[in-house]
Design a protein around this ligand. Structure first.
Ligand SMILES: [Mg+2]
Length: 308
């Protein structure tokens, strides 16, 4: 189908902007890209679609920031598996009302972050339509064989950790966060990570992924949850905690390790970022949160729902 965005020109422009091909890869120019996986490695695949009006709006987002975020959320999923980003395919549904400069600006945001993480853009598609902007990224990552971290490895007694601070991401963090790829790789070298996820929907919601896949429960300590300074100090303690639990789009890492490894991490944090123990994995298959007065409430029954 003919495109008002001169599809070929855009692809040519993308090729000119992108770093030269990786040795084991044939990228843009053929009907498909070809990747020869390195020996003793496994390939990781993820895709995530971002839609104008749902995942960002103009403003406050710029086309560059929207593009950057579309790639960043995909890189964050690879970080959650302790994978190394390798290559990506980008598909754009572009609003007809906007010109080629808009498309280039989106791609510039994607290309700049791709270069930062040595990701090669190996294909994709562009179309224009009467709808809003839609950006889909499919990402490919690589990890040493059997070294990827899954959600299903948590066991009762594990300590639960989180990187960084949580809450208030929609004030800006969600448009400019840096995915924690090297942090995940460093952790994976330092200790035996049993399970891990990245926090996209919010701690209360994303923790459930680990619990469900591992058939375990959790007890969180309300006073340990690291609340971001992005959450207003004027709110009550309870409201600030709710922000940290359910705002989402933090893109921090949530992971579980044995108590022995947990103690090691607390005595010597291998990351430049802060890490906090926020609770323990239990065998009772439900998530509870313990409050300062000693009472425990169910995380699901607390009305803390994802509201993005
Ligand atoms: Mg994820």
């Amino acid at each position: 189908m003919a495109s008002s965005f001169h599809e070929f020109d855009l692809i040519q422009w993308i090729r000119e902007q992108c770093p030269s091909a990786k040795a084991n890869l044939i990228g843009i120019g053929d009907d498909t890209a070809i990747l020869q996986p390195p020996l003793n490695s496994e390939l990781l695949f993820a895709t995530d679609m971002l839609m104008e009006g749902t995942h960002f709006t103009f403003p406050p987002a710029t086309p560059e920031r929207a593009g950057r975020k579309a790639l960043a959320v995909n890189i964050s999923d690879l970080a959650a598996m302790a994978g190394q980003p390798h290559s990506a395919l980008i598909s754009l549904a572009l609003p007809k009302s906007r010109g080629p400069e808009f498309a280039k600006a989106i791609m510039q945001g994607i290309i700049d972050l791709a270069k930062e993480f040595s990701i090669q853009l190996i294909g994709g598609d562009t179309n224009s339509w009467d709808g809003p902007l839609v950006i889909n990224v499919a990402i490919i990552g690589i990890a040493p064989a059997s070294k990827s971290i899954k959600r299903s490895g948590a066991i009762p007694g594990d300590w639960i950790f989180v990187t960084g601070e949580l809450g208030g991401s929609l004030t800006g963090h969600h448009l400019n966060f840096t995915p924690l790829v090297s942090e995940a790789l460093i952790l994976n070298q330092a200790v035996a990570i049993h399970s891990m996820v990245d926090l996209s929907d919010g701690l209360a919601s994303d923790l459930q992924h680990i619990l469900r896949e591992s058939n375990v429960g959790a007890l969180l300590d309300a006073t340990s949850i690291p609340i971001s300074s992005r959450v207003s100090e004027n709110e009550s303690k309870q409201t600030r905690l709710q922000h940290a639990l359910s705002d989402g789009e933090d893109f921090e890492l949530l992971f579980t390790v044995s108590p022995e490894d947990g103690k090691q991490l607390l005595s010597q944090n291998p990351l430049p970022t802060k890490i906090t123990q926020i609770g323990e994995i239990t065998s009772r298959q439900t998530a509870f949160i313990q409050h300062p007065d000693g009472s425990q409430t169910s995380l699901e029954d607390s009305g803390w729902k994802h509201e993005l």
